[in-house]
Design a protein around this ligand. Sequence first.
Ligand SMILES: NC(=O)c1ccc[n+]([C@@H]2O[C@H](COP(=O)([O-])OP(=O)(O)OC[C@H]3O[C@@H](n4cnc5c(N)ncnc54)[C@H](OP(=O)(O)O)[C@@H]3O)[C@@H](O)[C@H]2O)c1
Length: 237
Amino acid sequence: MSDFPEGAVALISGASRGIGDHVGAELLRQGWTVSLGMRKPVMPAWAEGHEDRVQLVAYEAGDVTAEARWVSEALGRFGRIDALVANAGIMIPKTVIEAEDDDIDAMMSVNLKAPRRLAKAAWEALAATGRGRVIILASLSGKRVKSAGAGSYSLSKFAAVALAHAIRQAGFDQGIRATAVCPGFVATDMGTTLSGRAPEMMTQPDDLARIIAMLLALPNSASVAEFAINCQLEEFF
Ligand SMILES: NC(=O)c1ccc[n+]([C@@H]2O[C@H](COP(=O)([O-])OP(=O)(O)OC[C@H]3O[C@@H](n4cnc5c(N)ncnc54)[C@H](OP(=O)(O)O)[C@@H]3O)[C@@H](O)[C@H]2O)c1
């Protein structure tokens, strides 16, 4: 964590499993203090012996008051917030013709609106560090519509990519940098359910965690707007 001050704090949503769990473990390993947003908070095994640098917070993305509460709990305990990893997400595999408004609303709520509220709630704290960082876990489905079944999800993930750009625009002068991280299939519950692939045929969540740790550590003069990762060959990604 050479580019971050001692005690730098990262908030990670959806840290109970999958990518979020791996990001928490990797950031802790690299010296960060982590505040883990989980629907059902449980101390992960990898945190054992480091509880002084780990906070568990009950976090439900559908609750519009949750982000402000989380930020206040993190500031109350650690006094600073250096980075957000907005990772919690859902995928409803329906075409834009099959989907009902409720399906679209559910994905927009978790994949777009909650990350925006989190950035808004933490804004002053991020700016106060002079080098705040925001990672939006978007998707390659935010860069192209790969199939009909991914269409409704893509709506929310294109919006999530736009959110990362919008945050970067809003915060650049205050030293805030934002990145849309855009993976293809990742070997988690979500990736396995969607792709039916064997885990070794997908991007590994610990590789994503290493990428995110690297993005967080880059200096203000190395802003990365988007970072695309794929386990398979496609025309552009
Ligand atoms: N896996 C892939 O192939 C892939 C590819 C591209 C992008 N992504 C994106 O990467 C992110 C993480 O995905 P993943 O693969 O790790 O998914 P996952 O294994 O399904 O885990 C999803 C995480 O999000 C949390 N979550 C879901 N709904 C929530 C809500 N309403 N409030 C709070 N937390 C909620 C889950 O909590 P619970 O444990 O409580 O359910 C879990 O921690 C998502 O944004 C996803 O869209 C994934």
